[in-house]
Design a protein around this ligand. Structure first.
Ligand code: F6P
Length: 326
């Protein structure tokens, strides 16, 4: 197996708080081990067009606390084509980059997997997404910060909901995954979370209303995971207005505020650990794996698994929410 002398690092897909901490960790661990680092700007798009800069330790100073990504990011359609990927491979050869570290979510790691197979090229993935929807890791970089942002926002909405005695539907991100909605609901004492994972089993809205969720309360907040399956907060609010006109309903869509902000301590630590582990993995000869964490231990998950399987929702959390929202 060829020795790795130079690595490239990029962030791809939706940004997530903690990506900068991961860039810092990968860069510094690589340099610590005598490996040269090149930062690739604008994700796969910049890989194709060659937007690349050599990184020294000072290029990643003072970024651990910053949200977003200093490398910028993009969702790149061109990388989904064989021509786009061939262009990316040309750039890597020209720049003398022997391996890549890709920080991103499901779509970005899917791209990494296809590229790695096509060109027999070493790639290590880091799970960077607020959605927490990658299989094989308990946590993804950015999820904890987003959860805390949701918690702060919902706490504020609670004040007005209770003053006006209203029913609020608050839509949170997650791209068809309910982790933010479910844990956000537990953290803020919500009455329910409407999530895609169990949507087809029961009509969650009907169950909620018919169990009389306002019996002992004068206001209610329901977190809704954005998803074509749930239909989103607007859709559910319309349903309630039509089917249960006795409720005074309002909707808030939290949107991209959930992606911003300084990363939490947990995200900084996670990103630092996973970034350092990415370099360990390359030095150990590992290829085409996502570095994750399970039961507080670093784990290496083959791309095929991280992408292929749906990460299951913990039913115990659902039951806890149900019990505590009476
Ligand atoms: O994957 C992260 C995420 O924030 C999802 O939760 C959301 O569905 C999506 O990205 C939004 O993407 P964009 O910023 O491209 O609109």
């Amino acid at each position: 197996m060829a020795t790795i002398k130079c690595i490239g690092i990029l962030t791809s897909g939706g940004d997530a708080p903690g990506m900068n901490a991961a860039i810092r960790a990968v860069t510094r661990s690589a340099i610590y081990n005598g490996i040269e680092v090149k930062g690739i700007y604008h994700g796969y798009r910049g890989l194709i067009s060659g937007e690349i800069k050599s990184f020294k330790t000072e290029n990643v100073s003072n970024i651990i606390q910053q949200g977003g990504t200093i490398l910028k990011t993009a969702r790149c359609k061109e990388f989904e084509t064989p021509e786009g990927r061939a262009g990316a491979y040309e750039t890597l050869k020209r720049e003398g980059i022997d391996a890549l570290v890709v920080i991103g979510g499901d779509g970005s790691l899917t791209g990494a997997r296809v590229f790695a197979q096509e060109f027999d090229y070493p790639i290590i993935g880091l799970p960077g997404t607020i959605d927490n929807d990658l299989y094989g890791t308990d946590l993804t970089i950015g999820y904890d910060t987003a959860l805390n942002t949701i918690m702060e926002a919902v706490d504020k909405i609670r004040d007005t909901a209770s003053s006006h005695e209203r029913l609020f539907f608050i839509e949170v991100m997650g791209r068809d995954a309910g982790f933010l909605a479910l844990n956000g609901a537990i953290a803020t004492g919500c009455e329910a979370a409407i999530i895609p994972e169990i949507y087809t089993e029961i009509d969650q809205l009907k169950e909620l209303v018919e169990n009389g969720f306002r019996k002992s309360k004068n206001s209610s907040i329901v977190l809704v995971a954005e998803s074509p399956t749930t239909g989103g907060a607007m859709h559910l609010a319309e349903r309630v207005k039509n089917e249960y006109p006795q409720y005074d309903v309002r909707v808030t869509i939290l949107g991209h505020i959930q992606r911003g902000g300084s990363p939490s301590a947990q995200d900084r630590i996670l990103a630092s650990r996973l970034g350092a582990a990415a370099i360990d993995a390359l030095l150990d000869g590992q290829r085409n794996v996502m570095v994750g964490v399970r039961n507080d231990e670093v784990v290496y998950v083959p791309f095929s698994k991280a992408i292929k399987y749906d990460k299951p929702i913990n039913r115990e959390l659902l039951n806890t929410l149900r019990k505590l929202s009476i």
